[in-house]
Design a protein around this ligand. Structure first.
Ligand code: UDP
Length: 238
């Protein structure tokens, strides 16, 4: 991929770790993903990874049922991202990729607490840093955490791995005339009301002139293939 991209923050949805039958965590899915990420680091990319927790808990949805308040449900969601990160850390290490989890929610007996300087140090040494616990605050999503950490850690881009291979003019599942954009500016995405990521996250990306790449988590070797340009994607850049 052009654009001088070397350090990338990969945003994965929690569902990227689930089994084909939907079970929340599946060793084969993790191993597959770890192989893909090992290929990516083998190509010379430096990776920070933010994983969601949607395969376990989404706070907004859980609190809608009325029996639990939103901040508590969001705390559970943040904890879910730690579980996912520890699982992927294990799979990455097994694939020979040095990786460590850092959590925005302090839990020192389980993993390192996220702080910018040590995270930069790990990245500079070629380690994959898994950033867990989202932003550490309720009412946010891991999309926002991804953009925030990417800006802090001097990442050249955020790669959002999704169910589809880019940003489309309409929903490709319901509209056969929908076309995929190869490249867009942040302003064009807003003007055309295209959903790249949640609004708070995208506003932060725009403000920081951060590139956002959207590609499919389903392509074989998805992250490696998207970043090398072998798989289609959409690049949102200033
Ligand atoms: N969450 C939060 N603050 C954050 C990030 C995440 O409270 O900064 C909670 C929130 O409840 C969210 C859940 O963690 O629904 C899981 O994250 P997300 O929904 O972004 O996961 P994904 O949909 O990407 O799997």
């Amino acid at each position: 991929m052009a654009d001088n991209i070397k350090r990338v923050l990969v945003k994965l949805s929690g569902e990227a770790l689930a089994a084909p039958d939907g079970y929340w965590l599946y060793a084969q899915t993790l191993a597959h993903l770890a192989t893909d990420l090992a290929e990516t680091t083998g190509q010379g990319f430096e990776l920070a990874i933010v994983i969601g927790g949607g395969n376990i808990v989404r706070g907004a949805r859980m609190s809608q049922a009325g029996w639990i308040d939103r901040p508590t449900a969001d705390s559970m969601g943040m904890l879910a991202t730690v579980m996912n990160s520890l699982a992927l850390e294990t799979a990455l290490n097994a694939a020979g990729v040095p990786a460590r989890t850092m959590s925005a929610v302090s839990m020192p007996t389980i993993c390192e607490t996220y702080a910018r300087q040590p995270a930069l140090h790990h990245l500079d040494r070629g380690q994959v840093v898994l950033i867990a616990g989202g932003t550490g605050n309720p009412f946010f999503t891991t999309d926002t955490a991804a953009v925030l950490r990417a800006a802090e850690l001097r990442c050249d881009a955020v790669l959002k791995a999704t169910q589809v291979d880019g940003v489309y003019s309409a929903d490709p599942k319901s509209d056969p005339t929908a076309t995929r954009y190869d490249r867009l500016t942040h302003d064009e995405a807003i003007a055309r009301d295209l959903k790249v990521m949640d609004m708070a996250a995208f506003a932060l990306a725009r403000e920081n002139r951060l590139k956002v790449i959207v590609g499919s988590v389903h392509a074989p070797s998805s992250v490696a293939a998207i970043l090398s340009g072998a798989s289609p994607s959409t690049m949102v850049a200033p």
